[in-house]
Design a protein. Structure first.
Length: 113
């Protein structure tokens, strides 16, 4: 038993993997956005006869939205960063005490009688 060697290994749950430089399954959002944009572009130009520039302008948000979401809120960010960011933007401080959100103290004037 003394010749047993213990070696540290990289377990499968340590890493979610990488594809196209993106961690885990983040590339899937970009890939689906690209395929959707390409399909809509072909649909607009071939079937509806919309000009190429106009069709490109119509489908660009379908590509740039998910791409921006992945690159700005998921890529190289901790788990749950996007959820926390949206929660902070829309809910603010929530139920916690936020000194900057409190009204200014009122000065009480005493009446003389």
């Amino acid at each position: 038993m003394s010749e047993l060697r213990i070696t540290d290994t990289n377990s499968a749950n340590d890493s979610k993997g990488r594809a196209f430089g993106l961690e885990g399954n983040d590339f899937m959002y970009v890939l689906v956005a690209f395929v959707t944009s390409l399909g809509l572009y072909i649909l607009f130009t071939a079937l509806f006869g919309i000009g190429k520039i106009a069709a490109l302008a119509l489908v660009l948000p379908f590509l740039l939205g998910p791409l921006a979401w992945v690159l700005l809120l998921r890529h190289n960010k901790p788990e749950g960063f996007a959820k926390d960011w949206f929660d902070q933007k829309f809910n603010g401080e929530g139920w916690s005490f936020a000194a900057q959100s409190q009204p200014a103290p009122h000065k009480h004037h005493e009446r003389r009688t």
